[in-house]
Design a protein around this ligand. Structure first.
Ligand code: M6R
Length: 628
């Protein structure tokens, strides 16, 4: 019964990115440029279909987008006159990541082509049916089914928009699609359900894309499609209808975006650049919110007044991956500063059980992209149960942000590297502002402590800069440990989440088996793994649990583990216990996770770089995880 409720809300399965253009300009560069900006959505294969002299031609290549660019480059002169096309970047769900399965896909005669984000759940049944009708399938994808299905409808109604409308009525699942047909010149038809899609409006031209960066270089005027709306675009017209063929008035918006620079600004990788952006991100986030130690925090985005806050009996935070680690720190400080009980749960777990969120629960969804399927579903479920929804995201224009009653945009700027760094930092700062803001309203924190924390926050950017200035030492340590196959990170209290995040960073970009543990748990099992082949990195921030981690580190050292410390202490004792010590500036224990993560990001980065890994686009991953 519970699962049924979930399906009613609508499941969301999207990876990949799509882009389309119809107008007067040469289309190939527009498509390739757009795909470059969508590469964060996948990089298993890429393809384009363009109309050349009223004939459709397809170019597809497996692997990185660069492979497609290399394929197309020698044809650019020939393709120059083409002014309509669609493109796709893939993160494989159905079918191996090879050229045959790359999009676009076409119908049997090749006249109809389609690009698709999403998963067609009933594709197997449809595929059999279409095969019996004589359709010839070339790939293993669910998408190809849709190409044949739309072509079959087109054969009946001889109208592309209607064919798309009738075909999409027959499919279950999620999709955003762009379709072209050789017999319908200068026309793109696009539609979506539970997957983002927007139409950019230019002068006698239209763009379609999964996300703003793909089109923002060309236009700031756009229409976000709602589910089941179908748009038909020609260079001179945009017609929007619903699934009953009723014409709708498009809601035109101005995109609050600047052109997206994808420059590495002289850094070798985006990840390193993004790590270095963190001091200014902290500064910008605090500016205007903490005006002075003795003035209240200004967080107008949060629409919770004293009465509502008093009525809250708990807070539920839902998130995935790195955002989940930020949420764990959020729980710690919200409970400590505000005296409200807080639960944190991976969204993917939260959505498959009977949860008890209600109108007395504040539900916080945390997501860099705002497009993570599980978190969107978790938030939607809680909204249905009457909870106030607060979203902390780097994408205030995202699907998740649209569900928010209160929205905290973390303003980290576009994050290109798949490994989240600066967005984590911005999420952390947002949690501190939120916790202190609620504590201030409730009067649940001593004023001296509150003032000290506000002051401490303001001093953090300089401390972060100091760490970055001393990155050489971390680079050397990285070289020394790069060839170890396993790594353990330990911490206690607030920094347990820092240990998890440090381990996740190392895992995802270097593929080293790194695990984070609460230091006190080591002796309950993991200590059995320790020997001289296992580096243990202890996060030892001065404060309540410092001595405890010291003892836990002694225990690890006694098992011959290679010991590394990350600390803000100048305690001499550490020199005997640890082989390597990364020292960071002193900071209030409560604020320590904010700067303790920076050396761990750098360590992961330098290890991966030393090993020659693809730092910004690690294998098997995509930036927005929009499938379950
Ligand atoms: O966009 P989101 O913050 O919702 O994404 C959640 C995770 O997929 C993400 O944090 C992932 O774990 C990152 N690759 C971590 O670096």
């Amino acid at each position: 019964m519970f699962l049924k409720a979930r399906i009613l809300i609508g499941e969301i399965y999207i990876m990949c990115g799509i882009v389309g253009y119809v107008g007067k300009k040469s289309v190939v560069d527009i498509l390739l440029n757009g795909l470059t900006k969508l590469e964060y959505r996948g990089y298993d294969s890429a393809g384009i279909a363009v109309s050349v002299d009223n004939k459709i031609e397809m170019y597809k290549e497996e692997g990185k987008l660069q492979n497609l660019k290399n394929l197309v480059e020698p044809k650019k002169d020939y393709l120059k006159s083409s002014t309509m096309g669609i493109g796709h970047i893939r993160w494989a769900t159905h079918g191996a990541p090879n050229t045959i399965n790359a999009h676009p896909h076409s119908c049997t005669c090749g006249k109809l082509v389609i690009v698709h984000n999403g998963i067609i759940e009933n594709f197997k049944e449809l595929r059999e049916e279409l095969k019996n009708d004589g359709c010839v399938f070339r790939s293993e994808t669910d998408t190809e089914t849709l190409a044949h299905l739309i072509a079959r409808e087109y054969g009946k109604v001889n109208n592309l928009t209607d064919a798309v409308r009738l075909a999409t009525k027959q499919i279950n699942g999620a999709y955003a699609i762009c379709v072209m047909h050789q017999d319908v010149p200068n026309t793109i038809v696009a539609t979506k359900r539970n997957a983002p899609l927007l139409v950019g409006i230019g002068q006698n031209e239209y763009y379609v894309a999964s996300d703003v960066p793909a089109i923002i270089d060309y236009t700031k005027t756009a229409v976000y499609l709602d589910d089941n709306q179908i748009v038909t675009l020609t260079p001179d017209s945009m017609k929007l209808i619903n699934s009953f063929s009723v014409e709708l008035q498009p809601h035109i918006e101005t995109l609050p975006w600047e052109s997206v620079s994808l420059s590495k600004m002289g850094f070798k990788h985006f990840m390193l650049k993004e790590i270095h952006e963190q001091p200014s991100i902290i500064r910008n986030l605090l500016s205007g919110k903490i005006i002075a130690d003795n003035q209240p925090i200004k967080l107008d985005e949060v629409k919770l007044d004293l009465d509502t806050i008093k009525k809250l009996d708990r807070i539920q935070i839902v998130a995935c991956g790195t955002s989940l680690h930020a949420a764990m720190i959020g729980k710690y400080i919200l409970e400590d500063f505000c005296g409200i009980s807080v639960d944190v749960e991976p969204s993917s777990e939260f959505i498959y059980r009977k949860t008890t969120t209600n109108d007395k629960t504040l539900v916080i969804g945390v997501s860099q992209s705002g497009e993570t399927a599980d978190t969107i579903t978790a938030v939607k479920q809680s909204k249905k149960q009457g909870s106030h929804i607060l979203i902390i995201t780097n994408r205030p224009d995202s699907t998740m942000a649209r569900e928010a009653n209160s929205l905290i945009p973390v303003n980290a700027g576009i994050e290109v590297s798949v490994a989240a760094t600066k967005s984590y930092m911005a999420q952390l700062i947002s949690f501190y502002l939120l916790a202190l803001h609620i504590a201030e309203i409730k009067g649940s924190i001593e004023s001296a402590k509150l003032m000290a924390l506000k002051h401490g926050l303001i001093t953090l950017p300089e401390k972060a800069e100091e760490i970055l200035d001393h990155k050489k030492l971390i680079q050397e340590i990285a070289k020394k440990y790069a060839n170890f196959k396993n790594f353990v990170f330990v911490a206690r209290g607030l920094n347990y989440a820092t240990a998890l995040e440090g381990a996740l960073k190392l895992k995802e970009i270097s593929y080293i088996n790194a695990t984070g543990y609460p230091a006190g748990e080591l002796k309950h099992g993991p200590i059995a793994m320790l020997d001289e082949s296992m580096p243990v990195l202890s996060i030892m921030m001065k404060g309540m649990v410092y001595d405890k981690i010291l003892s836990n580190s002694e225990e690890a050292k006694a098992r011959d583990a290679r010991m590394i410390a990350l600390t803000n202490s100048d305690d001499e004792k550490l020199n005997d216990l640890f082989e390597d010590i990364i020292r960071i500036p002193d900071v209030d224990e409560y604020l320590s996770p904010i700067i303790a993560i920076i050396p761990l990001q750098l360590l992961a980065y330098y290890i991966a770089e030393f090993l020659g890994k693809d730092v910004d686009q690690p294998r098997n991953l995509a930036k927005s995880v929009t499938v379950e």
